[in-house]
Write a protein that binds this ligand. Structure first.
Ligand code: FAD
Length: 656
């Protein structure tokens, strides 16, 4: 039997980014004793990288804006596959969440008359992104962190203990959600300290997953090291389905040069503030790529697009501000047609559009990023940019109002790890607002759920802890498990050398990039599934040397389980959806098919007991289930012109 420390809390939040911290604040304010656990240092979560801003229809720069317009833009951006109730709540509540941040000490950039300033971003009809230069995520996390410290000071006054009601466990990784053997309710988590390797268990009747995204499964990505799809995998293993995992956003503008920084983000604010895209012939090519569904909303000529920056009411916006999926595909096509920049991207130019001092003031991080990493002065020359894996729209299937995960009582999810809100494509700025709106809702409902249980707490049996500990220790025994299978049958033990987790990771990233990337084809995705099967077999023999004290190879070996699970969900769903929509582009099915609008693809673990050992590694660990989307409420449909709905909705939906 493995002896580990057990602590008892009411709510445990896995993740200390914007969603996790906002959830923890709410749960604690509702009176729940709340623990937060995170892989990095407190205050260092991926959210600090967010640059452009938070979308909220405050109408400070254009008073035509309101929640209905924001809702419409979000649904259009997601090509009507959004969980519409989430999009509605998000549009309605985002302004309050931004105001609330200011009352907690955030200071956003101002308009001349002292209001919170708002900037333009792709797919948003009005200037809508509240921002702090191009470092908005940093201010968001700093403010939430400060709020947590102030709550801890209140607890100290009352209980003589700063951590009586809210405690952060930093640099710890959760590897399993534990459940009550009898009723299947959430009972806590199994985790280890990254520095010491020590295991511990937090007993809690509610777990909120706020672990962010999956980008580290792809070779070229803007995402940080934390994005190994842990929360997605933890939910799957606990029995909760993932929704529409085929939708992965490739941001159009990542750095392409030098190779060591390939994929690092170039914020959309550059285009929002007037930056233009040109190919190697100097042409502003985006005018050639305005799809029919957006034709009426975007400028037809460069002159009209340029006038829009000064007079948005009488002109249409330039096509550089189309939703990200459209711009990323256009760049991809230009490069493929041989009109790319020297390092395989296109040119993004802000130097001919704004004076140098304005560029340095409005885009300080971009200025430094290019100067220091690429020796390019963006006030004097164009940047080279190309698509980079940026965000996952797919995620844990949740109930819209409460953020409760489907199928597992006591499990909640918020932020990038949750699915549904953004449909098939997220608009820039809609993530930070999503974190605050649904982080708060997850905290609220998790606290209510825990309080409703009273003294009846789910129980964690020792046997579950033994299994979780054995799984975590497996990389230290180099020999693979006996049931290791290949397509040729079981391998003899002599043919089972330990595998290097770094090699496995590189091969996975290459396969996902090349075969399930921005443009997808049936044969390539089938090949990807074969490669994933091979990697799964080998990953079970991922071996590491040394001991448990800060051992990055061991951490990666454990993360591989998660990345392989998530990658399989993406590849299987992408192969299944025979249309192109938002972040999912099929070369063999280039059009959007109205029949598919009603289809959600749920990824579930093939082994219903939640284990991986019994699953045939060759056939795969994931099965797909189709689920119809809920009909959109008529008063929300009435916000759109009928002609527009015809482009998206299935025949029978229009009839209804
Ligand atoms: P995160 O902030 O990533 O937090 C995840 C947390 O989970 C971390 O604390 C991590 O340590 C923890 N964690 C993960 N796995 C485990 C585990 N197994 N055990 C314990 N802890 C774990 N969006 C916008 O709306 N506006 C922008 O301007 C914007 N700019 C962006 C710029 C960049 C460069 C990037 C990459 C993204 C940007 N985004 C932006 C997207 C946005 O930043 C993210 O979607 C968002 O921050 C995700 O927040 P989160 O709270 O869901 O997760």
């Amino acid at each position: 039997m493995t002896t580990v420390e057990r602590q008892q809390w009411d709510v445990v939040v896995v993740g200390a980014g914007g969603a996790g911290l906002r959830a923890a604040i709410e749960a604690r304010e509702q009176g729940a004793r709340t623990a937060v656990i995170c892989k990095s240092l407190f205050g260092k979560a991926h959210t600090v990288m967010a640059e452009g801003g938070i979308a909220a229809s405050m109408g400070n720069v254009n008073d035509g804006d309101n929640w209905q317009v924001h809702f419409r833009d979000t649904m259009r951006g997601g090509k009507f596959l959004n969980q519409w109730r989430m999009a509605e709540l998000h549009a309605q509540e985002a302004p309050d969440r931004v105001w609330e941040l200011e009352t907690w000490g955030a200071l956003f950039d101002r308009t001349r008359d002292g209001k919170i300033s708002q900037r333009n971003f792709g797919g948003h009809e009005y200037p809508r992104l509240a921002h702090v230069g191009d470092r908005t995520g940093l201010e968001l996390i700093r403010t939430l962190q400060q709020k947590i410290v102030s709550l801890q000071q209140e607890d100290f006054k009352e209980h003589g203990d700063y951590e009586a009601g809210l405690k952060v466990f930093q640099e710890c990784t959760t590897t399993r959600i534990l459940k009550d053997d009898v009723d299947g309710k959430v009972a806590g988590i199994f985790s280890y300290e990254r520095e010491s390797g020590r295991f511990f268990v937090i007993e809690a009747p509610t777990v909120i997953l706020a672990t962010g995204g999956i980008g580290k499964s792809f070779k070229v990505t803007s995402n940080s090291w934390e994005y190994t799809g842990d929360g997605h995998a933890l939910a799957l293993l606990a029995g909760a389905p993932l929704l529409n995992m085929e939708f992965v956003q490739f941001h159009p503008t990542g750095m392409v040069w030098p190779p060591s920084v390939k994929g690092i983000l170039v914020t959309e604010s550059v285009r929002g503030d007037g930056g233009v895209l040109r190919n190697s012939e100097g042409k502003r090519f985006m005018f050639d790529y305005i799809p029919d569904v957006f034709k009426e909303k975007y400028a037809e000529s460069e002159e009209e697009g340029d006038r829009w920056y000064e007079d948005p009411d009488r002109n249409r916006r330039p096509p550089e501000l189309l939703p990200r999926d459209e711009v990323a595909r256009a760049i991809n096509s230009e490069v493929k047609a041989g009109r790319g920049s020297p390092h395989g991207g296109v040119f993004l130019d802000v130097s001919t559009r704004m004076p140098a001092d304005v560029i340095r003031r409005r885009l300080p991080s971009m200025y430094h990023q290019f100067k220091e990493l690429a020796d390019v002065d963006i006030t004097a020359e164009a940047m080279e940019v190309g698509p980079t894996c940026h965000y996952v729209m797919g995620g844990i299937a949740v109930e819209s109002d409460t953020a409760a995960a489907l199928g597992v009582p006591g499990l909640f999810a918020a932020g990038e790890v949750a699915g549904g809100m953004h449909g098939s494509n997220r608009l820039g700025g809609n993530s930070l607002s999503d974190l605050l709106v649904f982080g708060r809702r997850a905290g609220l409902h998790a606290a209510k759920y825990a309080a409703g249980l009273g003294a009846e707490r789910p129980v964690i049996e020792d046997s579950q802890i033994d299994l979780a500990a054995a799984e975590a220790l497996r990389p230290f025994s180099a020999e693979g498990p006996d049931e290791t299978l290949t397509e040729e049958g079981p391998l003899p033990s002599t043919a089972r050398p330990a595998e290097n987790p770094y090699t496995l990771h590189q091969e996975l990233q290459q396969a996902m990039n090349d075969l399930v990337g921005i443009i997808r084809r049936e044969e390539e995705m089938a090949t990807a599934l074969k490669r994933l099967a091979d990697l799964r077999v080998r990953a079970r023999r991922a071996g590491v040397e040394g001991h448990r004290q800060f051992n990055p190879g061991w951490h990666l070996a454990l993360d591989m389980r998660n990345m392989l699970l998530v990658s399989e969900c993406i590849a299987r769903s992408a192969l299944e959806r025979t249309e192109s929509r938002g972040g999912h582009t099929r070369e063999d099915y280039p059009g959007m098919d109205r029949g598919w609008r009603k289809v959600n693809l749920l990824s579930q673990l093939a082994d219903p007991t939640g284990g991986l050992a019994a699953t045939d590694p060759v056939r795969g660990q994931i099965r797909l289930v189709r689920k119809e989307t809920e009909p959109i409420r008529p008063d929300l449909l009435a916000l759109f012109e009928k002609e527009e709905l015809v482009k998206y909705l299935a025949e029978e939906e229009l009839y209804e």
